[in-house]
Every structure is written in C-alpha cells, then in structure tokens.
Design a protein around this ligand. Structure first.
Ligand code: FAD
Length: 484
C-alpha cells in the first residue's frame, strides 16, 4: 500500500496516531502539509502562531526524511481548494489511502468532509484518527445522552472513562525501507492551477511573515519542535508539585508554557497526561495537588474542543448563551486600540497586554484579567478581544481561546457568573503583590512603591484610567441581569 499522511496541527513524530498507523499499514509512505494562508487569515491566525507552526514543520521534515518519509509542502489560498489539490496529488503520486488526525472547528470539519467525499469517488479512503484530545469528542455523555455543558461532571466522566484503560502513547513511525530510485517520490511536481508541490518549505507565505530560522521575530525565545517540547515537559516535571500555588502569579515561572507545542502538535495531550500520572502514582484526582490541578487544566482543553463539535454555533461567532447577543456591546475603536496597546491606565492590564504584544504569549491569570476588563468594565464585544488574541498569540487555538473569552465574558457554557466581575486592582494586589510583573512590562512605573504601583496616583507619562472601573462593573452587571 502506498500511503499519504496529511499533517496539520499534529507536527510530531512520536505518539502521532495517523502517522504511526500509516507506517504500520503502508509499504511506502509520504507526508504532505497544505498551507492555506487565506483561510488562516480569515480565522484571524496571526504571524506568531503561523511562524511557529511552519518552524515546527521544518524540524519534523528532517525527522521524517530520516525515516524515509518525504514531506511535501504546498500552499493554496483557501480550504476550499484542498479537496481538488489532494485529488491531484493522490492521482499523480499513486496514493491508495490518506491518513490524518481529525480537527474540530466547523470549517476544518467541512474541509475534511469535502475531501473524504471527493476522494471516495476515486476509491481512495481517507482515514481519520482521534488524536488531538484525550478522548474523542462525543465519547462521554450525560445520563440523558446529552453533551456535558458543565466542566466538573465532564471531567469526572472523562476520568472515569480513561481510568479504566491506561493512557498509552504510541512509538514513532516505523522506518520505511529506502525507495530504490529518486523518481519513486519526485522532488517536486506542478499541479494544474499553477500550484507546485515540493519538498521545500518556504520562508515566505502570502499574508504572513514567517522568517527563516527558529529563533527570530515572533518566535524569539521559543525553542522549536518536538525535542524542545519534550525538554520543556521534563523541566516542568520538577516544578509541577507547586503548580497549584505558583500558577496564578505571572511574575513566577510557575506554568509549563507548553501551549504552543500542544497547539501545533509538537507534543501530544497523552504525553502530557502520561507524564503527570507517572508523577502521581497513577492518580488523576487526589495525590499531589499540583499534579491533579495540572491534569484538570489539560482537561479544560478537551472540554472546549468537545464543545465545538456539539455546538457548531461556537464556530460561527455566536455566544453559547444566545441571549447574551442582546447585550448592547460597545464598538469604540479608540478605546479598543488603547486596550490592545496596553494603554488603559490600569497597570496590570497594560503590563499584560504588553506581554502579549512583545512575547506573543500571556499568563493565564492575566488572560482572564484583561478579558474581563475589556468585556465587562469596558463592555466591548468579547469577539473583538477574541480576535486580537488569535492574531497575537503564539498558542492561538480556536477552541481554548473562544472558550476562555466566553468564560470570562459570561456568555459561555459553565462561564464565570455575570455578577462576579474581576476587580483588576484587587487581582493585581493579590497576584503581583510586589509589582514585579508590572515593573517588567510597564517600566515607566518602576519607581512607584509596591503599594502604589497597582493603582498609581496621576503620574507623568502614564495615562488616566480609560473608564470608571467601578461604574463599568455596575453597568455590566445590570445589562446581564436585564437579559431575557
Ligand atoms: P499550563 O498552566 O501549564 O497548562 C497546561 C496546558 O493545559 C496548557 O498548555 C493548555 O493546553 C491547557 N490549559 C490550561 N488552562 C487552560 C484553559 N483555561 N483552557 C483551555 N486549556 C487550558 N490556551 C491556548 O492554548 N490557546 C489560546 O488561544 C488560549 N486563549 C485563551 C484566552 C483567554 C481569554 C483565556 C482566559 C484563556 C486562554 N487559553 C488559551 C487558556 C490558557 O490561558 C493557556 O492555555 C495557558 O495560559 C497556557 O500556558 P501554559 O502552557 O503554561 O499552561
């Protein structure tokens, strides 16, 4: 059998379901990555996440070639072109079957269905694997057969399902015997429509600045690829025991920083869970508080991904709680720009937004603080914030980002109750008590005391607060309370 692995956000050699299964079922194997920069842009994916993805792909290509699996690259503007392009590739490379790991946002599902339907006509099977989440979407249901809408019972059901069987990770794919001649897998091919399938991964893509090497521009400071992800996981394993305490303090290095790797697929969810369980004598709950808490956070990722499948409206810009669409959201561009730049006059919000703009990553506690400030105190439509995060985050992931925004804006399932609005000053005092984080990203406030830095007196060079924080809170609670 001659197989083709279609890689997407699953850019690793080890524990990759589609890649592993293809290597066991096929005598000859190639891989393809199809960039779709027009669709990526429509999905608001920005330079950081795309640059990181392409850099990981470059690393993976070397590993795959070592196993005699050539990796082809092609770019088409939109998802809509993919079925036909794959059809041509299959025909020209004489492929018998395609292997790929499922993706769950609505447009990705539609793309995959279109590919499957078109290739079926040619007698080519497209085999999908559940790989991105710990358990496949739909695998757990309430007693009434409904999807879970609340996290805690979802988590309980997931653990019950998983605890019965060990969390297993797969080895790397089998090494494919070297092909006899180079023409076996051509170096490149022109496809009708002017596209070129080639083994060269470009340094330029339409709409995107992706850069050449792994340590420039947006991905500065992030090591690329699977080996780097494994090192990070290992390093975190010595800190995991204090995760429950340290994870809330942005000035500490208390979280794993694995999100860009999980999202590009440089590491798998099973590898993370297996590591955590091995440190907790196999316990999902209980045992060490730090480990149990980290496992729980990883399960949030599954929860939000599963929701996309059960509630397609989430992929259409709709709130989970549909009545919240009546809220008279503000669309004030100037105010939004000030929030984006980190120029609101609230130090913890500004420092957090500058962390995002400078490093393409933001600490989880701060994601909640800035999202709450925008959607509640400023009453700006949460979708503007969601879009800005997608454009700027190196770990931009539709499911987790949409879930995080809807949770904070109280429009989501199992969201923060609307009457509990984060007080940014109190958050600042609690989680950045001596202002170290603020001083790092808002150096103009460096000279203020630990007490004054959270809510500075009129200071030269620092803006007045953008809105009346207390009145904004009151207004948000009122508009939510009045929803029908
Ligand atoms: P750790 O604390 O080490 O957690 C380990 C992993 O668990 C993370 O890498 C992530 O995969 C998962 N995880 C942790 N917390 C959450 C959560 N609340 N929801 C879903 N998964 C979680 N995460 C993204 O990966 N991409 C996003 O685009 C994204 N946008 C967010 C937007 C908002 C408004 C909020 C409140 C949260 C968002 N998150 C997002 C979730 C969370 O903030 C990040 O996953 C986390 O900060 C990444 O850092 P870490 O890898 O050090 O996490």
């Amino acid at each position: 059998r001659r197989g083709l692995v279609w890689l997407r956000n699953d850019l690793r050699l080890n524990d990759n379901s589609a890649l592993y299964q293809a290597s066991t079922q096929c005598r000859e194997l190639a891989a393809v990555f199809i960039a779709s920069p027009g669709t990526w842009q429509n999905h608001n994916e920005g330079d950081p996440v795309v640059a990181f993805r392409i850099a990981c792909l470059r690393e993976l290509q070397i590993e795959l070639e070592d196993r005699n699996i050539p990796l082809y690259f092609i770019d088409v503007p939109f998802f809509a072109q993919i079925p036909e392009v794959l059809q041509q590739i299959v025909e020209r490379l004489k492929i018998d079957a395609i292997y790929t790991n499922a993706e769950y946002p609505l447009n990705e599902q539609r793309r995959d269905t279109a590919v499957k339907d078109l290739l079926k006509k040619d007698g080519v099977k497209v085999q999908f694997y559940s790989d991105r989440t710990l358990i496949p979407p739909g695998a757990v249901r309430t007693r009434e057969g409904e999807p879970y809408k609340v996290f805690t019972p979802f988590k309980r059901a997931l653990i019950q399902l998983c605890a019965d069987s060990e969390v297993k990770t797969l080895p790397r794919p089998r090494k494919i015997p070297a092909p006899g001649s180079e023409s076996h897998w051509p170096k490149w091919m022109s496809l009708s429509g002017g596209q070129k399938l080639s083994r060269k991964i470009p340094t330029q893509l339409p709409h995107y600045t992706i850069g050449k090497s792994d340590n420039t521009g947006f991905i500065k400071g992030w090591r690329i690829g699977e080996k780097a992800a494994q090192k990070k996981l290992k390093k975190f394993s010595s800190k995991i025991f204090s995760y429950q305490v340290e994870r809330d303090f942005p000035a500490l290095d208390g979280t794993s920083c694995l999100s860009p790797y999980l999202n590009s697929g440089a590491i798998s969810i099973r590898q993370c869970i297996a590591m955590a369980l091995s440190l907790n004598e196999g316990h999902w709950l209980g045992g060490n508080d730090g480990v149990a808490c980290w496992i729980s956070e990883l399960i949030w990722r599954d929860f939000y991904t599963h929701l996309l499948v059960d509630f397609p409206r989430l992929s259409k810009g709709k709130p989970f709680k549909e009545e919240t669409d009546q809220i008279p959201w503000s669309y004030n561009q100037d105010q939004f720009k000030r929030w984006s730049r980190g120029d609101t006059g609230v130090p913890i919000v500004d420092a957090a937004m500058r962390q995002l703009n400078e490093t393409a990553w933001m600490h989880n506690r701060l994601r909640m603080v800035v999202a709450s400030f925008l959607s509640k105190n400023m009453l700006i439509d949460w979708r503007w914030g969601e879009r800005y995060f997608m454009q700027r985050l190196i770990d931009a992931d539709f499911a987790s980002n949409n879930g995080g925004w809807q949770w904070t804006a109280s429009t989501g399932t199992d969201a923060a109750p609307y009457f509990r609005v984060f007080n940014p000053y109190r958050q600042s005092q609690r989680f950045d008590p001596n202002g170290s984080f603020i001083r790092k990203y808002a150096p103009e406030l460096k000279g203020l005391s630990d007490k004054a830095i959270h809510d500075p007196p009129p200071t030269q060079g620092y803006p007045q607060v953008i809105c009346d924080v207390g009145a904004g809170r009151k207004r948000a609670i009122e508009v939510f309370a009045n929803l029908k």
